[in-house]
Design a protein around this ligand. Structure first.
Ligand SMILES: N#Cc1c(-c2ccc3ccn(Cc4cccnc4)c3c2)n[nH]c1N
Length: 244
């Protein structure tokens, strides 16, 4: 998988050099390129924003740098992947479609993602119109119903959620199956040694005995029940009407 990130804060993406994603890059499972949008400005102040036409608070990102950036990133990516390959261009956006585990599953199948980090109040609408007119595949995605200052935090989350699903990135693929949201349910409660733990308040806390039984069939059934019950309690919205 190739991912190109376009941002005015490239250093914000430094965490993508660490841990699982960093190893995926070193293993050749992820080819990540981070680009500074200001590379496509031509004035001495490297201007990427201006006041909103029609007035209003804040600043709006200018269309010219974005259009030049997308064209350059597309050329570079096609030199790498082949002329006929086109990226999915993702804009984190508070007005976007909710980014969910099924979105991550879907995008983990993509050969090439271009992740565009807006800032200020957002990006000039004509950039989206331009991309649509040249036939680009574009998605607007939101992490959730809260306000961030820009797209970089969302790109970190989207990149981790998507890339961890790429075959070979997570060592034990089985661990991907039973996670929260992987099957539309919350994960069951987890326990490890010691099976009997006296907490700092002197309370003895035993792990569920079923987990020590060695009966993997009963353990699997218990875990499923726990997942359904936990989902019903915490996230009934994830369950169909009949299961609520
Ligand atoms: N994904 C996602 C997001 C964002 C988000 C993403 C990109 C940008 C570019 C600018 N802002 C600031 C801004 C704030 C308010 C209105 N409009 C713009 C962004 C916020 N906020 N919340 C999310 N879940």
């Amino acid at each position: 998988m190739r991912i190109d990130v376009i941002t005015i804060f490239p250093e914000y993406l430094a965490p993508l050099e660490l841990s699982l994603i960093g190893r995926a890059r070193r293993d050749g499972l992820l080819d990540l390129h981070v680009h500074d949008l200001r590379e496509w400005t031509h004035d001495r102040h490297r201007t990427v924003d201006d006041a909103p036409l029609g007035g209003g608070a804040g600043m709006v990102m200018k269309p010219e740098p974005w259009a030049e950036a997308f064209a350059a990133v597309r050329r570079a990516g096609q030199q790498d992947l082949g002329e006929g390959v086109e990226p999915l261009i993702v804009f984190p956006n508070p007005a976007g479609q909710p980014f969910t585990q099924s979105t991550a599953q879907e995008w983990s199948q993509c050969e090439w993602l271009v992740l565009a980090c807006g800032r200020y109040e957002g990006i000039d609408e004509r950039v989206y119109e331009h991309l649509a007119d040249i036939g680009a595949e574009v998605a607007l995605a939101s992490l959730g119903d809260y306000v961030l200052n820009g797209g970089e935090v969302a790109v970190l989350a989207i990149t981790e959620a998507v890339v961890r699903l790429v075959p070979g990135v997570v060592g034990n693929a089985e661990s991907l199956v039973e996670e929260s949201h992987s099957e539309g349910l919350l994960e069951y409660p987890l326990y490890t040694r010691p099976a009997r733990w006296e907490d700092p308040a002197g309370v003895v806390r035993e792990a569920p005995q079923i987990l020590l039984s060695g009966d993997h069939g009963r353990i699997a059934a218990w875990r499923r029940e726990q997942s359904v019950e936990r989902t019903r309690r915490r996230r009934p919205d994830l369950l169909g009407d009949e299961a609520r």
